[in-house]
Design a protein around this ligand. Structure first.
Ligand code: AMP
Ligand code: MG
Length: 487
């Protein structure tokens, strides 16, 4: 276990130099106070969880103090936003403080979001508000607990600094952890600004640090791109299987590591709705729930374009062709498990599609449906869930197919079935209304609800006594909350 001043830095990205990032010091927030910390994320840095409560912790993660070895940098990148190319984006309000490595030799980027203005702030104020910082914190840690690859969050520090959005709010910072903060948009930036040397340097950096095994392949860059395609297919399959809607899948928000990155107006589905749009400003539904799958491929093609100096177009196309089949295989595998199936049959895909179609028109809670399906033997569970559906005849027909399929799958005890299903079907999910309740309390100075919610979501598959209220469908007011893009 380490104390805060014992972190060891190795700032590999900073060493790439000024073509890639600019030195900027964080601008401190007034009267910093710890809102919430993740002991699991602290463990990634070998930090003793007790240090979160020391005043220096809040000072470090609100820009008041800095390690001598930190080299805070704002990274430059660009990206396709809602389908159109924006030539320059970059860290407008976040800083890569440095890279820390732990006892196991893993490197973690320390990125402080909300740290003030940078050369890339454009029209923005460089700040993040408490509300959006809490949302990013809760989502990162909750996705990780569900087994969905994601950036992590160490803590949120609040303050008394006023920040203007639709109304006056308070500034906060979230400390984000990831093995890399390099986005698709980094490659796009050097490609479109026609800087082949820097682009090659960037590609070498990513290959050496994050995909070293691809070095062994005859075409290392192609192997790396393939791996990025595979990881994205798997990540998006998990989003779809668990009902996660990212909301702003711009290429500047896509990580080259295939992890969920940059949380804005995200949401988990309450009622199942394939066409759900969580981003209030996404008028055309470009990033609707079901569109996430083709958009994943679209984003990978944008990255492929930026990699044309290194890889032949034919090879890139072939690698892109892997995306959909891989996505489908991962998705079907997860959905089979969510249905309690251990074997594969040809018609399983249809069984899943039929179920989702029935859910679409019924207002069925997506998370609780699967949890309850595992509570009891299949026949009893479907009989109880039946009332939630509008088209009873349709559901009955599906239930017959499902029961027959379960019978063919194997002869499991009730206990085995429940354990297996509950291990993949969460009871607790980060519902927008739960986040909203925690935010409202935090905005009035009470952080206990954020902390409790974070705790509950860190064990989403485990029934936690006394926490029943976190496993409910949303109340009417919480059903269709509009989450704005402002953050
Ligand atoms: P996002 O929509 O959060 O992914 O941000 C898109 C771009 O806008 C990135 O370059 C951000 O750094 C920048 N940005 C977002 N909010 C702010 C802000 N309040 N101040 C400065 N830059 C911002
Ligand atoms: Mg972003």
């Amino acid at each position: 276990m380490k104390a805060l001043d014992e972190l060891t830095f190795d700032n590999r990205f900073a060493r790439l130099g000024d073509a890639f990032s600019t030195h900027v010091l964080p601008e401190p927030l007034d009267e910093p106070r710890l809102v919430v910390a993740s002991s699991a994320a602290m463990a990634l840095l070998d930090l003793d969880p007790a240090v979160a409560e020391t005043p220096v912790f809040a000072e470090l993660f609100s820009g008041h103090k800095l390690w001598a070895e930190a080299e805070p940098r704002a990274m430059v990148y660009s990206g396709h936003q809602f389908g159109g190319y924006t030539p320059q984006l970059g860290d407008g309000r976040g800083l890569l403080l440095g890279e820390v490595y732990n006892a196991a030799g893993e490197h973690w980027d320390l990125h402080l979001k909300g740290a003030g203005m940078t050369p890339y702030s454009r029209m923005g104020d460089g700040r993040a508000v408490l509300r959006s910082s809490i949302r990013e914190f809760l989502a990162s840690e909750a996705l990780h607990a569900l087994g969905i690859p994601s950036s992590r969050a160490l803590c949120v520090v609040g303050s008394s600094t006023p920040v203007w959005r639709e109304k006056q709010e308070r500034g906060a910072m979230v400390l984000r952890l990831a093995h890399s903060h390099i986005r698709f948009g980094h490659f796009e930036y050097f490609y479109y600004t026609k800087k082949p040397e820097q682009q090659a340097e960037l590609a070498e950096h990513v290959l050496n640090l994050h995909y070293p095994e691809c070095r062994e392949q005859p075409e290392p860059y192609l192997a790396m791109f393939r791996e990025i395609v595979e990881r994205n297919a798997e990540m998006i399959a998990k989003w779809q299987a668990y009902g996660f809607c990212h909301g702003v899948m711009n290429t500047d928000n896509m990580s080259i590591l295939g992890i969920t990155f940059d949380f804005g107006p995200f949401a988990f589905l309450d009622d199942f709705d394939a066409h759900f749009i969580c981003n209030h400003s996404d008028h055309e539904g470009r990033y609707s729930f079901s569109n996430q799958v083709p958009i994943g491929q679209w984003n990978l093609s944008a990255l492929a374009q930026a990699l044309t100096p290194f890889i032949s177009v034919d090879a890139l196309k072939e690698a892109l062709g892997l995306y959909l089949p891989l996505y489908q295989a991962h998705y079907l595998d997860l959905m089979r498990r969510r249905l309690g199936l251990t074997t594969a049959e040809e018609d399983d895909q249809k069984l899943v599609e039929r179920l989702l179609k029935l859910m679409q028109n019924s207002g069925v809670d997506y998370t609780l449906f699967f949890r309850r399906l595992g509570d009891e033997p299949a026949a009893l569970a479907v009989a109880r869930l039946r009332d939630d559906f509008v088209g009873l005849a349709g559901f009955d027909a599906w239930a017959e197919l499902y029961k027959a399929r379960v019978a063919r799958d194997g002869d499991y005890s009730e206990v085995q079935r429940r354990e297996r299903m509950h291990a993949v079907n969460p009871l607790y999910i980060l519902r927008n209304y739960l986040a909203q309740n925690a935010i409202a309390a935090a905005e009035s100075g009470d952080y206990s609800e954020v902390r409790r919610l974070h705790e509950v979501l860190s064990k989403p598959f485990e029934e936690q006594p006394g926490m029943e209220q976190y496993a409910q469908r949303p109340p009417d007011w919480g059903k269709h909350l509009e989450i704005s893009c402002s953050s």
